[in-house]
Write a protein that binds this ligand. Structure first.
Ligand SMILES: [Zn+2]
Length: 350
């Protein structure tokens, strides 16, 4: 599927790179470095409607990125090291890149891990215990499978969506995303999705090879010193839509479960969804209160010395599956796109 907005973003990034703007910006806007955000890493991106394609990159592209970072003398660091550098505001040193992966997909172990090993590159996986134990599901993927299969979907409140043609399916998927994230509460999402799946004789889940790592697999990857395990909440709820008590519970309980299963308490947190609509000042202070040393968002930006005072609302550079070209990744990491994405601001606050 071709998005008009994607074409414009790609054109702007190509122009920024080829005109030399990105490399000129790097000293001023590239800051101390970047925290890179990935989700799935797998050779075959299976997204029947194309709507979740942005979440997957290939292992070959991950390799290309790591080769490029090293060739530019950018140091690949862990989140502990990234935090230490932000805290000291060390300018003049080499720029850093910390690679992070959200949700804890099993492809991280099978396809991304060998690439990290090859480059001796540290990486952080933000794991979600509820997804591991079945208290939550990768609902955005289940929703895609549901819409791909069904020709008609009815919500418990009687609302109906047609999805017979590919055009209708894509429109219905986006309408249902809004229904799930705006109309339903976070706690209603799972029961409603289950009901919709039952009506189509579908299991409310994804195939094992597309799911998250189980505890055994997570332990396996966590034993490598290259790997840091961070927490990503228990249920993958949008924290801004919960009470403060529930937010604290999601943070503390996910850290407790990871510590219990892996023998080490996570010090870093990633907000589920992570946009301005999912994480702000309140969530940042709760993450600090719960003892995390850093918390990352999905907001776009490079890291600067000023982030020392905003350690619990750090921006990242998302490597999008629809933008798998080095020129886009390099342009974003130069910092050239940060002011464009954030109305001219270099430091993004809640
Ligand atoms: Zn997530």
């Amino acid at each position: 599927m071709v998005h008009a907005a994607d074409l414009i973003r790609k054109a702007v990034m190509r122009l920024a790179w080829h005109s030399g703007f990105a490399s000129r910006s790097r000293a001023r806007l590239g800051g101390l470095g970047s925290i890179i955000m990935l989700h799935r890493v797998r050779p075959d991106c299976t997204s029947p409607l194309g709507v979740n394609r942005s979440l997957s990159i290939s292992p070959a592209f991950l390799d290309t990125i790591l080769v490029s970072l090293k060739s530019e003398d950018i140091e690949l660091v862990s989140m502990d090291e990234a935090v230490a550098r932000i805290a000291s505001g060390s300018k003049g040193g080499r720029r850093f890149a910390a690679v992070t992966l959200d949700d804890g997909y099993s492809d991280n172990l099978h396809h991304a891990y060998p690439v990290f090993q090859k480059h001796r590159a540290p990486f952080t996986v933000y794991a979600t215990p509820g997804l591991i134990e079945g208290a939550a599901v990768l609902w955005w993927e289940v929703l895609e499978l549901l819409v791909a299969k069904a020709s008609f979907i009815k919500a418990p409140n009687g609302q109906e969506w047609r999805c017979a043609t590919m055009f209708q399916k894509r429109a219905t998927f986006h309408a249902l995303m809004r229904y799930f994230t705006e109309t339903l509460t976070e706690l209603q999402q799972m029961p409603v999705l289950r009901e919709m799946c039952d009506a189509q004789n579908m299991i409310c889940g994804v195939a094992a090879d597309r799911d998250v790592m189980n505890w055994k697999e997570l332990r396996q990857i966590a034993t490598d010193p290259l790997c840091t395990i961070g927490a990503h909440s228990v249920h993958h709820y949008n924290l801004k839509r919960l009470t403060p008590e529930m937010v604290s519970f999601e943070m503390r309980q996910s850290a407790d479960m990871l510590e219990n299963k892996l023998g080490k308490r996570p010090h870093h947190f990633a907000y589920p969804y992570g946009s301005v609509r999912a994480a702000g000042d309140r969530e940042a202070s709760l993450a600090a209160q719960e003892g995390f040393v850093s918390a990352v968002t999905t907001r776009h930006g490079t890291i600067h010395a000023e982030h020392r005072a905003h350690m619990h609302i750090l921006p990242r550079i998302s490597i999008n599956g629809r933008f798998q070209k080095l020129v886009y990744a390099k342009t974003m990491m130069s910092g050239a796109t940060t002011p464009i994405a954030n109305a001219g601001r270099r430091i993004i606050q809640a």
